[in-house]
Design a protein around this ligand. Sequence first.
Ligand code: GRF
Length: 222
Amino acid sequence: MVGDVTTSLMSKPGPPYAKKGPMKLRLGFLASHVGSNLQAIIDACRSGRLAADLCVVICNNSRAQAFERARRAGIATRHLSSHTHPSEEALDAAILQTLREHEVNLIVLAGYMRKLGGRTLAHYRGRVLNIHPALLPKFGGPGMYGARVHEAVIAAREKESGATIHLVTEEYDQGPIVAQRRIALLPGDTAESLAARVLEVEHALYPDTLARIARGEIALLG
Ligand code: GRF
């Protein structure tokens, strides 16, 4: 591990950056597939490393493994997708309603393969986190997900990669960076080997960052 960087969201002056101090986290998750980051957060709560209420897991894919993980942990689940809600607006409204019903105060995107709708984003502005498997602002944006990210990092002969947690805005991967953790690339790294090491970093970085937000060490916008 090469190091940890946290941006100075806390040092930005005046409203809307004024919220400081500890925060009782009520997390709502959106996921699409495996949910290993969700699992890492569940495990961190169990072990006492993170104090947070895990309120609801929303998946757009009814067969997502994330649902199984949520059910095993006793977290409410909701399948909301273009199948359940063919209109974009209705889907956005249903997601927002579900999050509000569960009194979620921070949205955690954990491998969610869709864009969050405008109403949800507006309601939770500055309160939506995503994790990306590279050091943003490099290697992000539309189409940059999964193996493609790691292939691009290797092709660019980068010396390091890592994981980034950022606030979600309308544009993919462009919101303010909240935390990053770096790892060195190793000789002979493939997209697969790099992906596995970065995922390990993600599993530590997401719970750690949430714990720092809960303790008031990182203040969110809004
Ligand atoms: C992670 O690599 C994350 O960076 C990206 O999607 C992947 C999700 O993995 N946004 P999982 O579903 O948490 O296992």
